[in-house]
Every structure is written in structure tokens, then in C-alpha cells.
Design a protein around this ligand. Structure first.
Ligand code: FAD
Length: 320
């Protein structure tokens, strides 16, 4: 089925888990064991990323197919245009279609490692909009198409520490609307740590007539260096109170993870309080923090979750 239906839901809050393809076969098998445990908590869907430049194409396809047909969870595969002539794109889409997968996250992708500008390959597409258009014209309504949304504007639009200018932000938003008007039916956002920025983004999308569900992408902080790397790469705004809370505990991995769960829980509570009923968790292939947040929110049963999750550290140890 298409995941849009689940995200519109029946008023219930729903959640989903994102994974990336591990580098080794052993890693893949470990991931399936973890996924199996996580799927027992009834996510509305799970998705698997497409390695930069098509580097993980075979593994991504294999994982997507096994997720759908062996783990038996509604699955979505990411697909990017980087280094992808149309034949390769169609091969990927035909393969998932043959395996009963009906959901694709259509992306432009980043430039391959070592390059700083995205370059269209001969016979390929220039942006996610082209890919959405292609999927709709070749496959009709078979696929539900999700696209990426950027609450702080796409990093290419951001110069310096000030964030995107209003004009760049508005252009980015208008472009997002074109992706939706061309056939996308769901938006998942880039990670963010300033919940107000996300809520404003949803409001701004509604103002310009984007009506499809907008699902917040939540990335629990699991480790300090990873957090800095990721937010640096994505040019994510870090509210000063988060920096202040992390600074004294940055060398204590357990404390950082527990703070990440506390922060993730508070962010989700605020989002849910604004009537948004869907949460997408960037798991980074780890289960504990994602499950701990969902448990704190009362979305999964404590009795079904392992005792070793990091929420057990009292939340009031941390200031948010
Ligand atoms: P696009 O939607 O094509 O656009 C990028 C930006 O360029 C736009 O925001 C806009 O500002 C500008 N732009 C492009 N075309 C036009 C136009 N015609 N007119 C005006 N402006 C334009 N990367 C991976 O490699 N693999 C993944 O699996 C993956 N999954 C992701 C999942 C999510 C939810 C998100 C948010 C990102 C993901 N990424 C992934 C990262 C993504 O590939 C990069 O952010 C990439 O730089 C942009 O992809 P996009 O689909 O947003 O690009």
C-alpha cells in the first residue's frame, strides 16, 4: 500500500523508522535482526536510504525487498539522481515494483565524495522535480512519491551562519510546491533541532497551498561527534540551550545518549501538541534511542521494550 494513507491515519499518532544500508553482509544481517524487533512495535512504514551516487544500489534494493516481503512492513526506498542515467533509475523502480513496493522517496542526491556541486549525468535528471515527473509519467499512480522538505531551506541556499535569506527560503518553498504539484504526495523533512522552525515551515507550506502530509524527520542525538558532523554537513541550526546542555557532558557517551532521548521526547511532544500526528525517526540503524523516545511518548508499550534503554536516566538531570 501507499504510506500516505497511514500518515493521514484515523487520528492516531503514527511513527516510522529510517535505516541505511550497512557496509558488510554481517552488518546487513544484524540490521534485519534489529528491524525485526523494531517492527514488532508497529511502525506505519520503514524506509531505506540510497547511498550517495548509487554506491549502495544493489544492497538498497535487496534490503527494500526483504523489508517488504520478509519483515513484512510497508516499505519505502529512497532513490537519487546522482550518477543515475534513466536506465538505472528504471531498473531500480521496475525491481521494487516487481516486489510489491509502492513507495519511493524521490531525491536529487548530493554530489559524489570529493566534489562540491551536483552534476547531472548524460541521460539523467537535474533535480528531484525531474525524477518525480519521470516516475509519474512512466508509472502512473502505481507509486506513492515522497520528497524531501527543508525547514531551514536546502543547505545550498545557506551562506554563513545566518541561515538562508528570506528570498532563498521562499524560493526553496516554491520549488517544494512544484515537487508536490508534479506528483509527490508526502513530504519528509530534513533533521532539525529547533522545533519552532519546523512548525513555522509547516505553516508556511500551508500558506502557499501545499496540502499533503508533512512528516517531521527526528534524529535522536546518539553521540556528540556524530551530532556535530551531521549538523555541520546539513547546516542545521543548533539552539543555544542544546549547545549549553551538551557542552558539559560531551565526553560521556551514555549521558549524551540519555540527553538525546530527553530532547527528542520533548521535541516530539511539542510537535504532537500542534496537531501533527506523524513522526519519522532517523534511527541511524540503532534501536535504543528511537524506541526510548516512542516509549516516553506512550506510543509503544514498555513491557515490549528491552530493559537497557537510556530513558531510565532521570530526565531532570538535563536542562533543555
Ligand atoms: P531537490 O529537491 O532537487 O533540490 C535541492 C535544492 O536545489 C532545492 O531545495 C532547491 O533549493 C534547489 N533546486 C533544485 N532544482 C531547482 C529548480 N528547478 N528550481 C529552483 N530550485 C531548485 N541523500 C542520499 O544520497 N541518499 C538518500 O537516501 C537520502 N535521503 C534523504 C532523505 C530525506 C528525508 C532528506 C531530507 C534528504 C535525503 N538525502 C539523501 C539528502 C539529499 O539527497 C540532499 O539534501 C540533496 O542535496 C538534495 O536532494 P533533494 O531531493 O532535496 O533535491
Amino acid at each position: 500500500d501507499k504510506i500516505r494513507g497511514a500518515t493521514e491515519g484515523d487520528g492516531r499518532t503514527v511513527f516510522s523508522f529510517e535505516f541505511f544500508p550497512p557496509k558488510t553482509e554481517e552488518g546487513v544481517e544484524n540490521l534485519f535482526e534489529r528491524m525485526d524487533r523494531m517492527v514488532a512495535h508497529n511502525p506505519s512504514f520503514c524506509d531505506i536510504t540510497w547511498g550517495a551516487g548509487g554506491s549502495t544500489a544493489d544492497v538498497t534494493l535487496d534490503i527494500a525487498n526483504r523489508m517488504q516481503n520478509m519483515i513484512c512492513v510497508e516499505s519505502m526506498m529512497h532513490l537519487t539522481c546522482t550518477n543515475m542515467p534513466v536506465e538505472k533509475i528504471d531498473h531500480a523502480l521496475d525491481t521494487i515494483k516487481a516486489n510489491g513496493i509502492q513507495n519511493v522517496l524521490a531525491l536529487r542526491g548530493d554530489p559524489p565524495h570529493g566534489e562540491d556541486k551536483f552534476v547531472q549525468v548524460a541521460g539523467g535528471f537535474a533535480c528531484a522535480l525531474d525524477l518525480v515527473q519521470h516516475i509519474r509519467s512512466k508509472y502512473g499512480d502505481y507509486f506513492g512519491i515522497t520528497v524531501a522538505g527543508y525547514p531551514e531551506a536546502h543547505p545550498d541556499m545557506i551562506q554563513g551562519d545566518e541561515g538562508a535569506t528570506l528570498e532563498a527560503y521562499n524560493n526553496d518553498l516554491a520549488y517544494l510546491k512544484r515537487k508536490v504539484d508534479t506528483g509527490a504526495d508526502l513530504i519528509i523533512t530534513q533533521l532539525f533541532y529547533d522545533t519552532d522552525t519546523f512548525l513555522k515551515f509547516v505553516n508556511d507550506c500551508r500558506q502557499i497551498g501545499i496540502t499533503c502530509p508533512i512528516v517531521p524527520g527526528i534524529m535522536p542525538i546518539n553521540n556528540y561527534k556524530g551530532f556535530l558532523r551531521m549538523t555541520g554537513f546539513c547546516k542545521t541550526k543548533i539552539p543555544p540551550e542544546i549547545t549549553a546542555a551538551l557542552e558539559p557532558i560531551k565526553d560521556n557517551e551514555e549521558a549524551v545518549r540519555a540527553y538525546g532521548v530527553h530532547l527528542g521526547t520533548e521535541m516530539c511532544k511539542k510537535i504532537l501538541a500542534h496537531g501533527i500526528k506523524t513522526l519519522h525517526l532517523y534511527t541511524l540503524n540503532m534501536e535504543k534511542s528511537a524506541l526510548a523516545i516512542l516509549m516516553n511518548l506512550g506510543l509503544i508499550e514498555e513491557s515490549k521494550v528491552s530493559r537497557s534503554l537510556p530513558w531510565r536516566r532521570p530526565a531532570n538531570v538535563f536542562r533543555v
